[in-house]
Every structure is written in C-alpha cells, then in structure tokens.
Design a protein around this ligand. Sequence first.
Ligand code: GLP
Length: 242
Amino acid sequence: MKVIVVKDYNEMSAVATDIMYDVISNKPDCVLGLATGSTPEGMYANLVDLYRAGKLDFSKVSSVNLDEYYPISPDNDQSYRYFMNTHLFDHINIDKAKTHVPDGMATDADAACKAHEDTIDALGGMDIQVLGIGQNGHIGFNEPCDEPVPFTHQEQLTESTIKANARFFESIDDVPTRALTMGIQSILKARKIIILASGKSKAEAIKATLKDEPTPRCPASLLYAHPDVTVICDEDAYSLCK
Ligand code: GLP
C-alpha cells in the first residue's frame, strides 16, 4: 500500500480531491465508489466547489456506495442515501438515476445485496473506491471477524461501531444494529482504492492496517492484496506507525 502522510484533515481532503479530480477528468463516464462518514465530507465539499467553478462535470458519472444501514428509510437524515444527496449529489450535475446506494428499505435484504453486487458488475467495477476506516479497522461495514463474507451482504454491527456512530443519532438506541455492505471482494473490484484517515481515534486501525500482519480482525489490512491502494492519513492517524 502506498502511504501519504499529511499535516491535518484539510490537507488529507485536498490530496483526496486531487486524486478524484484526475479520475473524473480523465474518464468523464467513470464509476465512483463512494463512502460516507465524517472523514470524506471535506473531499465532497471540495468536489462541489470544483463543480461550481466549472472545473468538473459529473453528467456522465455513475456511482456506487459502499453501504447503508438496514432497515432505514432514504428520508431518514442518518441514512447514507440522505448523506450522499445532501453532501454531494444535490449540489452537482450527476444523474441521480446513476447513483446506487444499497436499498435500506428492501423487504428482502439478501435480494437487495445481490442487486447491489449485480449493479457493480454491470457497471464494470469502480474506477476508484473511496474508503474511510472504522476505529476497529472496519471498511464499509465489514466488521472484524474470522471469515469475511466476500460480496455485498447483511452485517450485524459491533458494539464499537454502534458506539462510534451514536454521535450522529439522538440516542444510542436509535443506531441501527444492521447494515448492508459491499464485501472485501466487492471493494477489490475497484481499479484504484484510496483510504482516508484523520485523527488519533484512527491511529490503532492505521497501525494494524499498515504495520501488522493482514488479518480479517482488521478488515482494512486485507486490501494489501490490491495493486493500487493509497492510504492518505494525517499525522495523528499515522502517529502509532512511527
Ligand atoms: C461508518 C461507515 C464507514 C466509515 C466509518 C468511519 O461505520 N460505514 O464507511 O468509514 O464509519 O466513519 P467516520 O469517517 O465518521 O470516522
């Protein structure tokens, strides 16, 4: 994995924006693999600025998102569909019909997972996949485990993830306990992967990803198998790797 260590959150967002800019400008009909969480918010704001400045065109772009809580309505302001609309899609000229987030309202979760994986394949895989990282090393909602489920599937969230995500909800009891997520093999379908990490709370996960033996106990470390992964982290997130 290539590692870029930057000073702070803003620099991390700027480096990630430059990489996204190159992908979108070189291939106007590219497929973006997108992530939610607080980490990519700065990058999305920068992409909106570039669009408003006339420097990026999303009219031919498609997107697939990593994950979605389950069950959750797209109108719920904590759903990942709502996040993507409000942080990016509502502010750029992407065709929303070409944006794909796992269906948090599906009556049949397994069918929704299969449909999401079929969408990834029909699009020919992602040209770039953006990832954040959980404090326990999860990517998407692939939680630490002994045997990862390869493709898009339903996942039971761990206590650590529920606690970490409770800050976005009124109370911890409101945090959904399940999610639909791309699997590690779905993520590996991307031709390029960037992992963003900022802050001391991510230092353990970044150390386990970069310095320790790859293990499904730290799902991000399993990406070592991919030939084009760049970890963009700030000094705090990198602090245990020195
Ligand atoms: C969530 C998401 C992940 C995200 C992680 C970290 O659980 N499913 O895709 O990377 O949290 O979130 P944050 O960037 O807010 O720290």
